[in-house]
Design a binder for this molecule. Sequence first.
Ligand code: NAD
Length: 257
Amino acid sequence: MLLKGKTALVTGSTSGIGLGIALSLARQGADIVLNGFGDAEGPKAEVAALGVKVGYHGADMSQPAEIEAMMAYVEQDFGGCDILVNNAGIQHVAPVDAFPVERWDAIIAINLSSAFHTTRLALPGMKKKGWGRVLNIASVHGLVASAEKSAYVAAKHGLVGFTKTVALETATTGVTVNAICPGWVLTPLVQKQVDARAAAGGISNEEAKKQLLAEKQPSLQFTTPEQLGELSVFLCSDAASNVRGQAWALDGGWTAQ
Ligand code: NAD
């Protein structure tokens, strides 16, 4: 119960990695505010079953005014946010000269600018309390590139740069700011890419998964939301109080190549 008495806001936590991180933080006693689209009742019940207080706000992370409303809700109902996990993210795959402008704008807004808005609004409270954790869920694509992912790679590199900057601005405080850089994790976001590969190659879903891993991830294993949750718990611990401005890969060796 490392995190009893703390409140964690996890953006994009109705699914995938965000939900995995929310559950790991809740297992350590943190109260949780969920955010994201789709069914919220299932995820809320899963978190509540761990015996912590759980809230939900449906802010669209591409909309600064909705983010402001979400932060006001966390302040009012939970007394502010001690742990901020900037996780909401989307993907679109296309060559840059065919990249839809609207998708570029959405990816930059959701995968990058939303972290600026949540952070600028959460930091004053964290500094006042003398303790805080900001975890930015970037990606291996915050460190290296892949073709046809220009907006995503730009946003994730931006998020890693943002992480370093805010870590420097908070370096003498009890607030730490770090990024986590997962390799392939089998969530709905990646399943779409598996499906596209299976359809394009006329191969099975299992074969498409194998090919996807073999291309980039030397362990040939998907990283799991649970592993990312446990890394998040570590970064919230006192042992990690001097880990600042890092982009911590959990990528099966992807970026070692
Ligand atoms: P996912 O699609 O399973 O979950 C994304 C979450 O974000 C969902 O809860 C969704 O409702 C929410 N969301 C999407 N748009 C939103 C918006 N406008 N406002 C609020 N919420 C919104 O995806 P995931 O794989 O769990 O991805 C989570 C994060 O991890 C993303 O930032 C992604 O870039 C990153 N990531 C994923 C992988 C991977 O292999 N899956 C690898 C590296 C990084």
